[in-house]
Design a protein around this ligand. Structure first.
Ligand code: C2O
Ligand code: CU
Ligand code: CU
Length: 501
């Protein structure tokens, strides 16, 4: 297995970040970089080459191999409702184990929802009354968590809502939020990383009148494609042996699967397409662009549409985040283009055929804003993310299922400050996620957030040393988790809980 050392990179980036911050003068907040006396450290004089990187085994990440583009990409089936009448819809979701033929002629033991591997796409519309029957057909405990969905705490499927093997339960909720690409996955204590790695992950689409009226590609599997990005390491006999490959600092893999397909390629007409990208990886962050460097437009983030398309040629997607992008394939010269990651690693080759269809793009997609009354509210909740491997903590504590860390009133907006603490080894990126809410980013390091973070978010990934202010509102009541979405960090207790009443 090829390994690259990115600790040294992280380290120098982290330190550079700190130096840069210092250069801009004193932060308005005194507890900035608490516990570290920066002024006495001469960072610029540090010689990184003297450091023994060999000791930092948690700082290296497995390199991703190029996708060879051998297999046509497939898309999760849209789940058929058990019943649909008027404004009510019901579904059944079963967590089960199975065998999937990921590699030709080889059976891999996997987990899936309503199938051997991964899960179906569930589609609901705003204002609908939804009922989902949950069944655990696994031989171990699991839960069904609805990532990004604003549901009452008792339907959210956190670690308290365990279903034993053979058990089932029905949850009911009304969809109250706007159109978005959400997802679902298990959340049992200490087992989330393994169960997601083995294949438990599915898509949850919310539509609304706005999303149905906008002139955007919206035909599932034709011009509106989900891309669930997951990196896995297979054993020599092509099995997903989590215990063998897991890393306390986040399990990265050398083999990329998209929608569960290895070495996928997408064959499509020259037209404008919408890619709904979900990073369903345990720890890897992707930095995506096209190999011809063409621009594309980000139209949505975790919780739905941005106010207007954000034109860019690169986008970062941290674990659990979703971005929706519009790609105008009529602009491609030649018959192929590839979506690539850092270091030009091929993520998805796109083969173009047929005639060019012209299309236009909507200008206005949404009308979000943060009232200055809220922007100027004092910070009432502080989160400090710290550590690596088993040492990870939030506010110096590990998760305790019997401890409520915060309380907040339903429908009341509070300003949270999230800080990724740097340590002497540089620290690492932590994607911070809150259940049961879509929040808005007020600022990152005191500055207006970039366009990519201007929409609704349920996960915010911060570099070591970064600090953000977010406006958080819970529309429902109950107990919700907040945690780092590097699944091994979550499993190692980098998680807390808030009670909304
Ligand atoms: Cu994807 Cu606790 O979340
Ligand atoms: Cu979640
Ligand atoms: Cu983390």
């Amino acid at each position: 297995m090829k390994k690259i050392i990115f600790a040294s990179m992280m380290l120098s980036l982290g330190l550079l970040g700190a130096c840069g911050q210092e250069g801009k003068g004193k932060s308005s907040n005194d507890n900035n970089m608490e516990g570290m006396n920066h002024s006495s450290m001469d960072m610029s004089g540090m010689d990184h080459s003297n450091m023994d990187m060999g000791d930092m085994n948690h700082g290296s990440t497995t390199a991703l191999q190029n996708n060879l583009g051998e297999n046509e990409l497939t898309f999760p089936d849209a789940l058929k409702p058990d019943k649909e009448d008027g404004n009510s819809i019901s579904y059944t979701i079963r967590a089960q184990q199975g065998m999937a033929e990921i590699f030709d002629g080889i059976q891999t033991e996997t987990y899936g929802y309503n199938g051997a591997f991964l899960g179906p796409m569930i589609r609901v519309k705003k204002d609908m009354n939804v009922s989902i029957h949950l069944v655990n057909d696994l031989k171990e405990d699991t839960t069904f968590h609805w990532h990004g969905l604003e549901v009452p705490g008792n339907a959210d499927g956190g670690p308290h809502k365990v279903l034993k093997p053979g058990d089932s339960e029905t949850i009911n909720f009304t969809v109250q939020q706007d159109a978005a690409t959400l997802w679902f996955h298990p959340h049992p204590m200490h087992e989330t990383g393994k169960q997601v790695f083995k294949g438990l992950a599915g898509l949850l689409y919310i539509d609304d009148d706005n999303s149905e009226q906008l002139d955007l590609p919206k035909t599932y599997g034709e011009n509106d494609f989900p891309l669930i990005l997951q990196d896995k390491t297979f054993t020599a006999d092509k099995q997903l042996d989590y215990e063998k490959v897991m890393n306390e600092d986040g399990t990265a893999g050398d083999t990329l699967l998209i929608n569960g397909v290895v070495n996928p390629k997408l064959t499509v007409d020259h037209k404008k397409v919408r890619l709904r990208i979900l990073n369903g990886s345990n720890m890897r962050t992707y930095k995506l662009r096209f190999d011809n460097d063409m621009v594309f437009q980000q139209i949505a983030s975790d919780g739905g549409f941005l106010n207007k398309p954000n034109t860019t040629n690169e986008i970062e997607v941290a674990p659990s985040e979703r971005v929706e992008i519009l790609v105008d394939l009529t602009k491609v010269k030649g018959s192929s283009v590839s979506l690539v990651n850092e270091d030009n690693i091929i993520i998805l080759p796109i083969h173009l055929k047929g005639t060019k269809e012209s299309s236009k793009t909507e200008g206005i997609l949404n009308n979000l804003s943060i009232p200055s009354k809220i922007k100027n509210k004092p910070i009432t909740k502080r989160i400090q993310l710290a550590g690596m491997d088993e040492q990870v903590t939030i506010n110096n504590q590990k998760f305790d299922p019997n401890r409520i860390d915060f309380t907040q009133k339903q429908n009341e907006t509070e300003v949270w400050e999230i800080e990724n603490m740097m340590d002497l080894m540089g620290g690492m990126k932590h994607p911070f996620h809150i259940h049961g809410t879509q929040f808005q980013v007020i600022s990152v390091d005191g500055k207006e957030p970039p366009a990519s973070l201007s929409g609704l978010k349920d996960t915010l990934s911060l570099e070591p040393g970064q600090k953000a202010k977010i406006a958080v509102t819970f529309a429902q009541k109950g107990i919700y988790m907040f945690h780092c979405h590097i699944l091994e960090h979550e499993d190692n207790g980098m998680m807390g809980q808030i009670k909304v009443n």
